[in-house]
Design a protein around this ligand. Structure first.
Ligand code: G6P
Length: 369
């Protein structure tokens, strides 16, 4: 078994380190420097189909749902089509407004999650077009879909999803760019700029992984805490949710994620001396707003660990600890900003002696209701 882990102590940390390659593989033959279009040969959705879709639903569970939240932002911003994101177990019972003019994007690592598969079937029966983003080739969800865009993450063994998540983000970026290209909502130059940056994401992930000692030190010191709050705005908000999920499922530390603007509407009541706040500050456009939120929790005694982009010095003065990630555009930042949070959850769990690859009560694929 240790050979399968390639010298790593757990599958999870191995899979975290496989992300640069997984991300690269998910772009292979779809995104390249020489061509000015996005080639999604696997997708048969045409310009006419796209014109017909009045709405897109993204439906998934768990980590895949968090990827969907990023996908909504990307599709709405780049391709200008309204998107709603639903948790599969809610979608299937809420009589969503689905018809032949609806595209449903299903996201699933395993392709076997029962609620997600049921939601797919429900939407398909109502006439929706189904496009799925799946990792396991030939899985039930892949087989039931009209179009499939595979994430090429390779087998993911650890129950907590890491490389499947980052590759889901890449697949959703590809879908958003593909749609933007067909609909003409972005110019060729704009598409090229995003594509060029996507191609250097693997290096940025690699560089972020080099910072793991700082996170290990944090974990060694704070693994005994009871609560952790994750804050972020814009695209950092789903990143906060995913970071929080990783931490609670692996280390059993209670954690919550909030869109930082919601702080004043409740969670700030819980901030007291020593409360740990992880502030994700990778969105340039919302950086000043986040600085204010950090000041608000600091003044109530919180211990703030900020994730910020290189060169943002002010954050060092007002927070207790900063982990810098490489410069990356707001649009693509989630792929890089999640890396330190995955490492944080991992090292906190290791520090507490938890069963990292198989957390209690959880399953890799939930095939029961
Ligand atoms: C389980 C796994 C998660 C996963 C979720 C959805 O809860 O532990 O890691 O995100 O199911 O799984 P899927 O295979 O549909 O992406």
């Amino acid at each position: 078994a240790s050979a399968e882990k390639g010298g790593y102590e757990h599958f999870m940390i191995k899979e975290i380190h496989e992300q640069p390659k997984a991300v690269k593989d998910t772009m292979l033959s779809r995104i390249d420097a020489d061509s000015d279009t996005i080639k999604l040969d696997d997708i048969k959705i045409t310009k006419e189909d796209l014109e017909k879709f009045r709405k897109i639903y993204i439906v998934a569970c768990g980590t895949a749902y968090h990827a969907g939240l990023v996908g909504k932002y990307m599709i709405e911003n780049l391709a200008k089509i309204p998107v709603e994101v639903d948790i599969a177990s809610e979608f299937r019972y809420r009589n969503a407004l689905v018809d032949e003019n609806t595209l449903v994007i299903i996201i699933s690592q395993s392709g076997e999650t029962l609620d997600t598969l049921a939601a797919l079937k429900e939407a398909k029966a109502k006439g929706a077009r189904i496009l799925s983003v799946v990792n396991v080739v030939g899985s039930s969800i892949a087989r039931e879909s009209h179009d499939v865009l595979y994430t090429w993450a390779g087998p993911e063994i650890s129950v907590a999803s890491t490389k499947a998540y980052t590759t889901q983000l890449i697949a959703l970026y590809e879908i958003a760019l593909y749609m933007a290209d067909l609909r003409g909502t972005l110019s060729k130059e704009e598409i090229k700029t995003i594509k060029d940056e996507m191609m250097i994401l693997p290096e940025k992930i690699e560089k972020t992984l080099e910072n793991k000692e700082a996170i290990q030190r944090f974990a060694a010191k704070y693994s005994g805490v009871k609560d952790v709050f994750f804050l972020g705005r814009g695209l950092d908000s789903p990143v906060a949710m995913e970071g929080s999920l990783k931490l609670k499922e692996l280390s059993y530390i209670h954690s919550d994620a909030y869109a930082a603007g919601e702080l004043k509407h409740g969670p700030i009541a819980l901030i007291e001396k020593g409360t740990i706040v992880i502030a994700i500050m990778a969105q340039q456009g919302l950086y000043e707003k986040m600085l204010n939120n950090v000041k608000e929790v600091k003044s109530r005694g919180a211990y703030v660990f900020a994730i910020a982009k290189e060169g943002h010095k002010e954050v060092e003065e007002i927070s207790d600890q900063v982990l810098f990630i490489p410069e990356v555009s707001d649009l693509l930042a989630p792929v890089v900003a999640i890396i330190p949070l995955q490492l944080l959850a991992y090292y906190m769990a290791v520090e507490k002696g938890c069963d990292v690859d198989k957390p209690r009560n959880l399953a890799k694929s939930v095939t029961v209701e």
